[in-house]
Design a protein around this ligand. Structure first.
Ligand code: MG
Length: 167
């Protein structure tokens, strides 16, 4: 029996979370957000770009960024996550996939991130060379539910739709 042709779309999901600590810059979506605390991690700990990179890599069934850029490797110490995302997307492009749309959620009680949403969307769009409206982002608080503790951590979810190049 002939195999059905696969549709040219693929989806991916990514998640990441980092702890907040003093003495670090807060970088989210590739932009600096003025705040007394920043995210702890081996790289710049940009939880949103890490979730986006994992969503992208997942569309092509590639290994996640923890595997590609391990936190035991000194080359990635304080790494700029914009560059990690560019490298992750280059691997996805090499598999013939191109971003159609990203949809992301930031979970953070403090600082309030709504004022930065437009800049973060533009930043991600710039890195991936897609229009700004190909990146959706909402910034959510946890309303005291303690899913993310105030001043303790920031989490991010990302989903991605890619289209495979027509051969
Ligand atoms: Mg991370």
């Amino acid at each position: 029996m002939a195999q059905l042709k696969q549709p040219p779309f693929r989806i991916g999901i990514g998640f990441d979370a980092h702890r907040l600590k003093s003495g670090r810059k807060l970088i989210l979506g590739g932009i600096h957000i003025p705040h007394p605390l920043g995210l702890a991690g081996h790289s710049d700990a940009d939880a949103l770009l890490h979730a986006v990179a994992d969503a992208l890599l997942s569309t092509a069934a590639l290994p996640d960024i923890g595997t590609l850029f391990p936190d035991t490797d000194p080359r990635f110490k304080d790494a700029d996550s914009k560059e990690l995302l560019r490298q992750a997307y280059a691997r996805v492009r090499a598999k013939g996939c191109r971003v159609c749309h990203l949809s992301c959620v930031l979970v953070c009680d403090h600082p309030k991130l709504s004022a930065y949403v437009a800049d973060i969307r533009a930043s991600i769009a710039r890195i991936l060379r897609v229009p700004n409206d190909a990146v959706g982002l909402s910034a959510k608080t946890t309303e005291g539910t303690q899913l993310a503790l105030k001043n303790k951590s920031i989490a991010a979810f990302a989903t991605c739709l890619v289209m495979q190049d027509v051969k």
